[in-house]
Design a protein. Structure first.
Length: 408
């Protein structure tokens, strides 16, 4: 089953039965502290009618508590509904404690948690101590053991104020998710506008010229068929050139670039909580095919780091080097994660090796030490050096032409 089918996003309502029960479990697990009222009812300390009413009151309290937190953490409820629910929980806790005894004081802890989970901080920061004060006051109305009252003050305060932090975290997560969606939408709109501008620049002149020549050929056709044929030939030439320009533009949009993939790597690593050291610039005048191969390889390598390495830090280096075979561009992706899990290359490394073979590049992998790797291997091969400890390094080199500038 897909992980998305079982995980419930922060601030998101469950979308299937599996997510419903998972979320209910996370909220209901704190009901373990209800053992005191349950033991009190099961111990036979009350009359039959008192026991029945006690069970009814406890079930009503638990149901209202779960419904309030389950609904409000998925989709905020109306303020009046929240206030009425908290008032009902507080009143029910007071009545049950006054009629059934000290064991029921623990219900005020859940009232405090409900306040912290559902109300704004400016309201919760005074209402939580107020709930605790009511708990103490109710506990002191009878000969209840003072140590029980004292023991419940700290859990009530801690539970309420920690839930205010959880509520703020949920709100921040929702706002970040919405901001991310907005940024993605804006980026998509900007890309569409850029594509529209480029296509307009490419096709506007060509289509205008085709239209004019078509009209001219139509007027020449009855009396000057030879001149009309020349205009049709020009139309064909312009059309073919426009088609070439469009194909070239679309290919440029689809082809990954090294600067774009470096920026994407920086974003992906930061989103995964991995400290990243990624170069901001790339050498100028890189050949198109080697750049495309390195861009694909960088995307695959960073994806592996994010998904499988468990790393805390990742370093990407990019540098020209002079070898006996000529100038090469070396790309190294190194992380301090768990290292390689086997000796057989996976599909990702196999694909990288195949792309490198097309440009006479080399691929070297090394486990056991954090830092850029080195070593030689044949074109497109995937030699793996074993080591001890943590870390994995993927090093790729592609040859460069002689006219690309001096080594840096």
């Amino acid at each position: 089953m897909n992980d998305d089918e079982t995980s419930v996003g922060t601030g998101h309502p469950p979308t299937n039965r599996k997510q419903f029960w998972i979320k209910l479990l996370w909220i209901g697990i704190w009901l373990a502290f209800m053992s005191a009222p349950v033991k009190d009812l099961a111990g036979g300390h009350h009359t039959p009618w008192g026991t029945v009413l006690g069970w009814l009151g406890l079930l009503t309290f638990v149901g209202s508590y779960l419904l309030l937190l389950f609904r409000h953490t998925s989709r905020p409820l109306d303020r009046r509904v929240v206030h009425a629910s908290i008032a009902f929980l507080g009143l029910l806790s007071t009545v049950l404690t006054l009629t059934l005894g000290t064991s029921w004081l623990v219900l005020f802890v859940y009232v405090s948690v409900s306040v912290g989970a559902t109300l704004p901080l400016r309201t919760a920061r005074w209402l939580i101590p107020a709930v605790v004060a009511v708990m103490v006051a109710v506990g002191l109305t009878d000969d209840h053991p003072r140590e029980i009252i004292t023991a419940l003050i700290f859990p009530a305060l801690l539970g309420g104020f920690s839930m205010t932090g959880v509520r703020q975290l949920i709100r921040t997560t929702i706002e970040l998710r919405e901001a991310r969606a907005t940024v993605a939408q804006l980026a998509a709109n900007e890309e569409r506008l850029r594509l529209a501008r480029d296509l307009h620049d490419l096709l506007g002149h060509s289509l205008s010229l085709i239209t004019l020549k078509s009209e001219l050929a139509g007027r020449m056709l009855p009396d000057h068929p030879e001149r009309a044929a020349a205009q049709v030939a020009d139309i064909e030439q312009v059309s073919r050139q426009a088609l070439i320009d469009v194909r070239s533009a679309v290919t440029g949009y689809r082809r990954p670039t090294l600067p774009g993939e470096l920026a994407g790597a920086r974003t992906a690593l930061a989103a995964a909580g991995i400290a990243a050291d990624v170069p901001a610039e790339v050498p100028d005048d890189l050949p198109e095919k080697p750049e495309e191969v390195l861009a694909w390889a960088l995307r695959e390598a960073v994806t592996n780091v994010v998904r499988h390495s468990g790393a805390r830090h990742c370093t990407v280096t990019l540098a020209r080097r002079q070898t006996l075979d000529g100038k090469v561009l070396e790309l190294a992706v190194s992380d301090d994660g768990v290292g390689a899990s086997g000796t057989t290359p996976g599909n990702g490394l196999t694909g990288i090796g195949e792309r490198l073979a097309a440009v006479d590049g080399t691929l070297t992998t090394r486990s056991g030490r954090y830092g850029p790797g080195s070593g030689k291997s044949g074109p497109g091969s995937g030699r793996t050096d074993s080591g001890s400890g943590k870390g994995f390094t993927l090093t790729l080199t592609v040859p460069l032409g002689s006219g690309l500038g001096s080594d840096e």
